[in-house]
Design a protein around this ligand. Structure first.
Ligand code: FAD
Length: 287
């Protein structure tokens, strides 16, 4: 099923998982998926390291398992930077073969050891390429606080509109910790003529390192209320985890109350955290 159809009838709940490191025990991801299945998400997306990273085959394998073994709608991430059109065509062929119907079409973060070459500079080019060459539901990424590389928020929205005009029928946001950024983003998107369903990306922050990494990569603002939590509990992992879960639930309750199209939970492969959040919101997300 194309996940864009889900929004017609409900507030969509999706999860994001990532392939385990090559050195990690492979079975852990399948334990994670089994646990996440019990939470009855509408879809699970699987990340893919940019520039043909080593986990490309793993992304395909896990995305296929999500669909064919666990019976959950699957979304394969596809960062195009460094890839040729021929390589993307081959990935599309493999995704089709596995029955995967949804692609999160991305440029990808630029790794420092990025190989030169590749036929794509920006995600809108990938969206166009997929639309012209295959039949997939195409999802695109967006940043409520603006992408760190963009000159201005307005410029960023104009680039987002190019992705939608090229064929993206659904959006998923970068994580944010202050819902006001999301609401302002929604207003700007509508003014720019963007009218596709948008899932709010929520990352439950359960350790200090992960938030430091995300701030560095995505430039997300840290509200005072959030920083107080980090400062108070940074040396108490269980308390920080519980406070991080409560903070995410608070964000989600507000978003659903305001009529958000969907919630995309960055599960970080932690079913316990996803489970606690789902318990708290199960009566809010209904068909
Ligand atoms: P683009 O849309 O290309 O935008 C990148 C920058 O270029 C922006 O500043 C934009 O304003 C500008 N821009 C866009 N189009 C043009 C244009 N035509 N001309 C000039 N400037 C332009 N990364 C991974 O590597 N693997 C993953 O699995 C992954 N999953 C993600 C999942 C989600 C939900 C999100 C939100 C992000 C994910 N990312 C992933 C990170 C993403 O790849 C980065 O945010 C990346 O820096 C930008 O990707 P994009 O698709 O938004 O790029």
């Amino acid at each position: 099923m194309k996940t864009s159809d889900l929004f017609k009838t409900k507030t969509v709940l999706s999860f994001e998982v990532f392939p385990p490191k090559p050195t990690a025990d492979e079975s852990t991801i399948y334990d994670t998926l089994s646990a996440l299945k019990g939470l009855r998400p509408d879809a699970i997306s699987v990340t893919y390291g940019a520039a043909g990273g080593k986990n490309c085959a793993k992304t395909l394998e896990i995305a296929s398992a999500v669909k064919n073994r666990y019976g959950i709608e699957s979304v394969a991430h596809l960062p195009c930077i460094g890839l040729s059109k021929a390589e993307v065509s081959e990935i599309l062929r493999q995704l089709k073969q596995e029955g995967i119907e949804n692609i999160l079409a991305l440029r990808g973060d630029l790794p420092q050891d990025m190989p030169s070459g590749g036929d794509f500079n920006h995600a809108n080019e990938l969206v166009s390429f997929i639309r012209e060459n295959a039949d997939f539901n195409i999802i695109a990424a967006c940043c409520p606080e603006g992408h760190p590389e963009s000159g201005s928020i307005i410029e960023d929205i104009q680039h987002l509109k190019r992705k939608v005009d090229a064929g993206a029928s659904q959006l998923i946001t970068q994580l944010f910790l202050d819902n006001d950024y999301f609401y302002k983003f929604q207003e700007r998107a509508v003014l720019a003529g963007i009218h596709v369903p948008t899932e709010a990306g929520i990352m439950p922050v359960t350790n200090k390192k992960s938030i430091e990494r995300m701030v560095q990569m995505c430039g997300v603002q840290l509200p005072k209320k959030f920083m107080k939590i980090i400062e108070k509990y940074e040396h108490d992992p269980e308390a920080l985890r519980d406070a991080g879960i409560a903070y995410a639930v608070d964000q989600i309750v507000d978003l659903i109350t305001q009529g958000v199209d969907g919630i995309h939970l960055y599960t970080m492969n932690k079913p316990y955290v996803a489970q606690k959040i789902c318990e708290s919101i199960k009566n809010l997300i209904k068909a």
